[in-house]
Write a protein of this length. Structure first.
Length: 314
């Protein structure tokens, strides 16, 4: 079945071809900036979908104006920028994380798009239709129909499995950020209740983060050691809070009716801490390692803590 210039399997192969080329570009660029290899993108495999979808959209929508260089440039820039904005907005709503953030760039719109990136999309559109597409299309259309269909099917199945696994990791990251934020708020509330021990406990929390960084330097890449150290520090902090609450209750400085809920809150936090398994942290770490520039406006402190715990600091 023909869909415009190509059959459906051929469109699928074009999507994967440009998704792969986008992955090569992004991984190479980010790796140079980070000074170590980065498998860039939301997925595990060598495909960045926004490049694939962007290329297919440009091929389908900009072909009628391909004869005019200015029209091709601005048309491609418009459609690709619209796709980038919609994708960034949807992913942040779904996962509470920005996988790219242009907030520090000039002439950006809500951090999802910026003028420089849009201009790059325009240049890419011209190169795509005038330079890159002819040889790529020649290779794909040169394949037999059965070979094209089989290859497109195999790549689609692998892609679907990758999307499922990567989405699970992204949702784990979201849950961890939410849980760590809730944990920080709960501990801060208990610290405020413990006026006598408040300053000491807050200082201990800051020292814990610094301590984790130092331990991370000694045990780089050993996520389980970082996590166990963090659990032990938080466990000691919660036990200290529990003892302080009980002491204040005995001394009559807190009403007995108020200490009960606080003690239960401490027990809930201890239980929640142990439910956050090492594997959940590892899955979240893989997302952060593939996207070192990712940010979150909802849980910034939790993101910093998670990067420190997993050794995923940019």
């Amino acid at each position: 079945m023909m869909l415009g210039l190509y059959t459906l399997p051929q469109w699928v192969l074009l999507f994967f071809s440009y998704g792969f080329l986008g992955w090569v570009w992004e991984s190479g660029y980010v790796s140079v900036r980070q000074k170590h290899w980065v498998n860039r993108g939301f997925l595990h495999g060598p495909v960045i979908p926004i490049y694939g979808f962007g290329a297919v959209a440009i091929l389908a929508l900009c072909a009628p104006v391909a004869g005019s260089l200015p029209m091709l440039f601005f048309s491609g820039m418009f459609w690709a920028t619209a796709l980038e904005y919609a994708t960034g907005w949807a992913m942040e709503r779904m996962f509470h994380v920005r996988y790219w953030d242009y907030s520090t760039e000039k002439w950006n719109l809500n951090g999802y798009i910026c003028l420089m990136a849009s201009l790059c999309w325009g240049v890419f559109s011209v190169l795509l239709l005038r330079v890159i597409q002819p040889p790529v299309a020649g290779i794909i259309t040169g394949l037999s129909g059965p070979a094209t269909a089989m290859l497109a099917t195999a790549l689609t199945l692998a892609f679907a499995a990758d999307v499922a696994a990567s989405t699970r990791e992204a949702l784990d990251l979201r849950r961890l950020l939410e849980q760590l934020s809730a944990s920080r708020e709960q501990i801060a509330r208990l610290q405020r209740r413990l006026e006598i021990a408040g300053v000491f406990l807050q200082q201990d929390a800051r020292e814990a983060l610094d301590g984790l960084r130092k331990e991370g330097e000694r045990a780089a890449g050993v996520v389980s050691l970082r996590l166990e150290a963090a659990r032990e520090r938080r466990r000691r902090m919660l036990w200290q809070m529990s003892r302080q609450l009980e002491q204040l209750r005995r001394e009559g400085k807190l009403h007995p009716g108020l200490t009960g809920p606080d003690q239960k809150a401490i027990q809930r936090e201890l239980s929640a801490m142990h439910r956050r398994t090492d594997e959940m942290y590892r899955r979240a770490a893989r997302v952060l390692q593939r996207n070192p520039g990712s940010t979150t406006s909802r849980h910034p402190e939790a993101m910093e803590e998670l990067r420190t715990l997993t050794g995923s600091e940019p």
